[in-house]
Design a protein around this ligand. Sequence first.
Ligand SMILES: *Cc1c(COP(=O)(O)O)cnc(C)c1O
Length: 362
Amino acid sequence: MSRVYNFSAGPAVLPEEVLKEAAAEMLDYNGTGMSVMEMSHRSKAFEEIIQTAEQDIRDLLKIPDNYKVLFLQGGAHQQFAAVPLNLFKNRVGDYIITGQWAKKAWKEAKLYGTANAIASSEDKTFSYIPDCSDLPVDENADYVYICENNTIYGTKFHTLPNTKGKTLVSDVSSCFLSEPMDVSKYGVIYGGVQKNIGPAGVVIVIIREDLIREDVLPETPTIMRYDVQAKAGSLYNTPPCYGIYICGKVFKWLKKQGGLEAMKERNERKAKILYDYLDESKLFHGTVRKEDRSIMNVPFVTGDKELDTLFVKEAEAAGFVNLKGHRTVGGMRASIYNAMPEEGVVKLVEFMKKFEAEHADA
Ligand SMILES: *Cc1c(COP(=O)(O)O)cnc(C)c1O
């Protein structure tokens, strides 16, 4: 067996330790004589799995007691709809458009009310984060919405927007648990786990209790109601049991690595190795304004499409896979999530240097 360095944007690399543990427990989880895939979501064993997972993510993010944590299905896309359905009172939401995911969320909200685009970086292919210090926030806005780390474009909000007192909603899918967060600054934080936490199929929603209401928009499907899911402890219907179990293992792994402070340090160090090289390279360069760079997703180009294609092909043959950039940016993108070892980034840079030397006069 040989494992590659997987730079996929998602579903993405998971800690090898976690995969090995899951493999060892595949046929008999903890003396139950069955796999977690085979057990009732109302069994004692699963109850312990989901409760331990919740406690561990609470510890990692220091989630205040007045926030609920939900483990749901439907991915981030379901939350694009669930957010306006549950939070709209005035049916007004303000959106900051920093990429395709924010744009999709904005379009979804328009199905249920007025969704204002109060800032955008689309003029430069979303290669920066717009100034959000003095936004034209609608006085009737039920919330201000951001996509905190833009997976496709490689930008990150390093400063949260000034929401002028409005509730902040954030899609953190691709930076979830990559560094500490001050949860109290948000009304709702949510993320699909398949980028930085676990397998596809789980979305985690962290929501302040006073935002959980029974008088949601009448067209809200019951399954998408935060009040219903919160009351049922995420067990209103069958949750994505196996995915939650793997997330729980990743939370334990993160604690063992030293928690989110340690992960931040490690992720910054990894990103710096790649960005430092991109800044000095004569062949490769980053596509994002420096102060807005993500430490999770790093897009880069050579400026020559054929050379980009050749690089992706040769990299793959050398064991560095899924480096092809998103079709709207072109070039390459290295996603270097929590589970990507530093060694993977070091070796990728070595490979890029070799490629650069071979194509010096391209
Ligand atoms: C991948 C991604 C999504 C889409 O997630 P799904 O689970 O496929 O709905 C949304 N937002 C961000 C930031 C993402 O990275």
